[in-house]
Design a protein around this ligand. Structure first.
Ligand SMILES: Nc1nc2c(ncn2[C@@H]2O[C@H](COP(=O)(O)OP(=O)(O)OP(=O)(O)O)[C@@H](O)[C@H]2O)c(=O)[nH]1
Ligand SMILES: [Mg+2]
Length: 350
């Protein structure tokens, strides 16, 4: 049973960087993974793609043939891909046996809020028995302003409803958050999407004009809607931080059913189960402490520990630790800390 991560998110939210990091990580722990570049504008990927939409279609071609601008051309390229999906799918099949496909999608939000092509492609993959999970990356910068936060919540909700697949929303670049000044609330307020009514006075302050009052009312209505659905939650990610990648993978594994090692469980059950259990991120207070309150101490402590591990390894084996061995070591430590297995052979052990 192949699994696929569909990596979406607004422009610059870290999709391609994530795909590259996840590819390295999965490969290091012995899962066969391949990245497919679905972004026709992505001419310099920071990973080696197993398959590239640009081999079929480039936005330069569409721009010159159809007289469209770069953004319209990306939408058009997705429509063309949808029409020629069988050919593309044949190429995916030729990639052979992969545990995980990782799809690096374009950043136009229309693609996952109301345009049909991406959804149609994902549905086709689902029919081919891929176990899909959407990874929706949203730059954590947006939680620094109440109205922007409401806006990304709406975006996340809209994508969840439109794509109708197991969906993991992730606040990306969490390592940069402490540079943006003090948040109005603790980080868990934002990740758990707690009572948004607390934001309302701040929204009113952010928009003091008459028009601003109507804007505040709009935000209030959206906040109510988001709370009514109660679907949106966020994980956090700093792509260079191995622990945060490992934690996120454990959440992904639950959402896809990889954790269960069974092909029998239906998608709904898995999603419900994954949602019920929540992440393995430790208590959410740890995240506030790790990424905001004591970030520098944690960074320093982790740097020192890593150097010591490297030195010990060096002395014992008279060679440097490979990146794969570093990942394995980090996974082992994480497993010991959490009492949960994620590494090689995990599927068979269950
Ligand atoms: N500090 C930090 N920077 C990150 C992280 N993830 C991505 N970035 C940076 O964010 C920038 C944008 O990342 P990309 O991976 O190109 O983002 P994208 O979503 O693929 O962008 P588009 O394809 O243009 O939509 C790059 O400079 C990355 O190095 C992170 O976790 N922490
Ligand atoms: Mg990209």
């Amino acid at each position: 049973m192949p699994f696929a991560q569909l990596v979406i998110g607004p422009p610059g939210s870290g999709k391609s960087t994530y795909c590259s990091g996840m590819l390295q990580f999965l490969s290091a722990i012995g899962r066969k993974a391949s990245v497919i570049n679905l972004d026709p504008a992505n001419d310099r990927t920071n990973y080696e793609s197993a398959l590239d939409i640009r081999n079929f279609i480039t936005i330069e071609d569409i721009m010159s043939q159809e007289g469209l601008g770069p953004n319209g051309s990306i939408m058009r390229a997705m429509e063309e891909l949808e029409q020629n999906w069988d050919e593309f799918m044949e190429d995916i099949k030729e990639l052979g046996n992969t545990d995980y496909l990782i799809l690096d999608c374009p950043g136009q939000v229309e693609l996952f809020t109301h345009h049909h092509s991406l959804r149609a492609l994902f549905l086709k993959m689902q029919k081919m028995e891929y176990r899909l999970v959407v990874i929706n990356l949203i730059d954590s910068f947006y939680i620094t302003s109440p109205t922007q936060y409401i806006s990304v919540l709406l975006l996340a909700l809209r994508s969840m409803l439109q794509l109708d697949l197991p969906h993991i929303n992730v606040l990306s670049k969490i390592d940069l958050l402490s540079n943006y000044g003090k948040l109005d609330f603790n980080l868990d307020f934002y990740t758990e999407v707690q009572d948004l009514n607390y934001l309302l006075p701040l929204i009113k302050k952010e928009s003091p004009t008459l028009l601003g009052e109507r804007f505040a009312s709009l935000n209030e209505a959206i906040a109510d809607l988001i709370m009514d659905f109660g679907l949106v939650e966020f994980e956090v990610l700093a792509v260079e931080d191995k622990k945060s990648m490992i934690s996120l993978l454990s959440v992904i594994d639950k959402a896809t059913g990889y954790t269960f090692g069974s092909t029998e469980i239906g998608g709904d059950t898995i999603w419900a189960e994954a949602t019920r259990q929540g992440g393995y991120l430790g208590s959410i207070g740890d995240i506030q402490e790790r990424w905001i309150d004591h970030k520098q101490q944690y960074d320093e402590q982790e740097r020192v520990e890593r150097e010591e591990r490297m030195k010990d390894f060096d002395q014992l084996s008279s060679r440097k630790m490979t990146p794969e061995e570093e990942w394995e070591e980090e996974v082992r430590r994480w497993e010991a800390e959490q009492g949960v297995k994620i590494g090689k052979g995990f599927k068979n052990e269950l």
